[in-house]
Design a binder for this molecule. Structure first.
Ligand SMILES: [Zn+2]
Length: 302
């Protein structure tokens, strides 16, 4: 086994039992940037020991093509989401029409999908107060109207950085470095959502303390394959018990170590290697535990 330079994880082992708990697969990518077709990626994932792929939609259009693909492929499921970016970047009229179609589907077909999400808040993409308030309004509405379905929630949580300050309201608390975490937790508590029903997708802090805090409350944290090449991300989950962790790629985004290259579900093995490193465990042992965590969280047969 080849050891990488410095304090970074070793290479992923082969034939690990992998579950990618969050990817966008298939996706509306520029075909010119794709190395392999989705069918090829699917085939290789299982050939290399993969067990299950959970694909995630972010709006009504992606819901439709992902549902279609998942229903014609074994060992796949999907979570259906309404991402905060969808709220911010869709024309109001279109947004409201498609949101009600999506909500209708969610409420009437809970056995078709594994979870609701990604949903959440993104104060990097929404920099202005009105846009931020609108994301909060929609997030609250989704939780309130779907909580009795008892499905898992998959969160997209992005705090504002120093570059995301709302210049019209520079002293507003919505510019704080951990404000999105705080708002999300407040809403979930008000709606009495059991933390074990909630997965924080692509957990990105904003600090190690936040990782420890939310895990101690019982939330599930998803470690991403790109943590393999990112020491900061690796630190965020370093003290989170392995019993609270699942793994994902967020493919085609966030390649584990290359810039500008499409990610693929089988790279979830890099999340395993990163966790084995941060938790000083065997890769095989990590893979088996996170597989079991995914099975329990999404109630899938593996
Ligand atoms: Zn995603």
């Amino acid at each position: 086994m080849k050891k990488k330079r410095g304090l970074v994880p070793i290479e992923p082992e082969s034939s690990l039992p992998l579950v990618d708990c969050h990817c966008h697969f298939p996706w509306n990518q520029n075909p010119a940037r794709m190395v392999e077709t989705y069918e090829k990626q699917y085939e290789l994932f299982f050939k290399e020991g993969g067990k299950y792929i959970i694909s995630c939609s972010v709006d009504w259009e992606s819901h439709k093509f992902i549902q279609k693909f998942v229903e014609s492929h074994d060992n796949m499921g999907y979570t259906s989401g309404w991402a905060p970016q969808t709220v911010t970047f869709t024309d109001k009229k279109k947004h409201d029409e498609e949101f009600s179609q999506w909500m209708d589907y969610i409420q009437n077909n809970p056995s078709n999908y594994l979870g609701i999400g990604e949903i959440g808040l993104d104060f990097h993409h929404a920099k202005k107060l009105d846009k931020r308030k609108r994301q909060i309004e929609i997030f609250k509405k989704i939780i309130h109207e779907t909580k009795s379905l008892n499905k898992p929630y998959i969160l997209h949580v992005r705090n504002p950085t120093q570059n995301d300050v709302d210049i019209d309201n520079p002293n507003h608390e919505f510019n704080d470095f951990d404000i999105v975490n705080k708002i999300i937790i407040k809403i979930l508590e008000e709606e009495e959502i059991e933390p074990s029903r909630v997965m924080w997708h692509c957990f990105s802090g904003p600090s190690k303390e936040w990782g420890t805090k939310i895990a101690s409350e019982g939330y599930i944290i998803s470690a991403i394959s790109s943590a393999y090449g990112n020491k900061k991300m690796l630190r965020f989950t370093s003290e989170v018990p392995i019993s609270n962790i699942v793994t994902e790629t967020d493919a085609p985004y966030q390649h584990p170590y290359q810039y500008g290259v499409s990610n693929t579900p089988r790279n979830v093995k890099y999340a395993i290697a990163a966790l084995a490193f941060s938790h000083s465990m065997d890769q095989k042992e990590v893979a088996e535990i996170v597989l079991n965590n995914a099975r329990n969280f999404f109630k899938i047969k593996l």
